[in-house]
Design a protein around this ligand. Structure first.
Ligand code: ZN
Length: 113
């Protein structure tokens, strides 16, 4: 098992999806799908289901999904011993511009009990 520097976040509109897949996939219903192997030695790749290039239609649902995502981030950062704030976007357009980073920030600063 490698030493991970942090997490790279994607949404499911990411063009890389068809190429390489992801280590963890957080579905809209809060289910987390784990892949067999880690794809990258440096970062854990987590994909959030949804196209965040458009305004969020159901914020309640997305909040639940973000709650699951934060739990996953905290679990991974503790398992692989990196700072949970070492969470970065894949690129300028992935995840999309409407991605609710503020929801994550609040909860990573004050983890869910
Ligand atoms: Zn991506």
């Amino acid at each position: 098992m490698g030493e991970f520097a942090g997490i790279v976040l994607h949404d499911s509109a990411c063009p890389a999806r068809t190429r390489a897949g992801f280590d963890f996939y957080v579905c809209k219903d809060g289910t987390v799908v784990t892949s067999q192997d880690f794809l990258d030695d440096d970062h854990v790749h987590v994909c959030v289901e949804g196209d965040f290039s458009e305004p969020i239609a159901n914020m309640g649902l997305v909040r639940e999904q973000m709650f699951v995502l934060v739990k996953l981030v905290l679990r991974l950062s503790s398992a692989f011993k990196f700072d949970p704030e070492k969470l970065m976007a894949h690129g300028d357009l992935c995840p999309g511009v409407e991605f609710p980073w503020h929801e994550l920030k609040i909860r990573i600063d004050r983890p869910p009990h």
